[in-house]
Design a protein around this ligand. Structure first.
Ligand code: 4NP
Length: 164
């Protein structure tokens, strides 16, 4: 199973989402069964590490994202990944503009998996204050738990995990 997280710059929200979901998969001993990646709809930060504020905020929660590097989403990603998760509505519509009807079925909003918020979009923290990153992480950790429940169900259905 392969999952791609997508935001605008690929230096704040989507690398944080990737790190948070990897940590949740590791906690559940599922990390070896799922490939994760992240990308930006823009090419503004290709090759760059995550924003220092994003690295620091995730590190405070015990998650290291310093190895990740920015890249731009490409058309072949829409075939390669089983789920493509947009952080906000603009990312979603940019992905939709690249996608065939078949590929569209794999593109979702990441916060569709969150259970404890009414937010539908992860707000862009780039131009805001430090506490914006904490709020983003709260949303991402909520969605990560829901996503990992979904992944477990899918892996069971595919016979890759023993039934409960
Ligand atoms: P991200 O945040 O989409 O969460 O990575 C942004 C990063 C950079 C810019 C905008 C948003 N920028 O304008 O450079």
């Amino acid at each position: 199973m392969r999952i791609l997280f997508v935001c605008l710059g690929n230096i704040c929200r989507s690398p944080m989402a990737e790190g948070v979901v990897r940590a949740e998969l590791e906690r559940r001993d599922l990390a070896h069964l799922v490939e994760l990646d992240s990308a930006g709809t823009s090419d503004w930060h290709v090759g760059e590490p995550p924003d220092p504020r994003a690295q620091e905020a995730t590190a405070r929660r015990g998650i290291d994202i310093s190895c990740l590097r920015g890249r731009q989403v490409k058309r072949s990603d829409l075939d390669r990944f089983d789920l493509i998760l947009a952080m906000d509505a603009e990312n979603f519509s940019d992905l939709a503009a690249m996608a065939t009807p078949e590929q569209m079925r794999r593109i979702r909003m990441f916060l569709d998996f969150a259970r404890n918020t009414t937010e539908r979009e992860v707000p862009d923290p780039y131009f805001g204050q430090e506490d914006g990153f904490e709020y983003v992480l709260d949303l991402l950790q909520d969605a990560a738990r829901g996503l990992c429940d979904h992944i477990e169900e899918e892996l069971r259905r595919a016979g890759k995990l023993a039934a409960e």
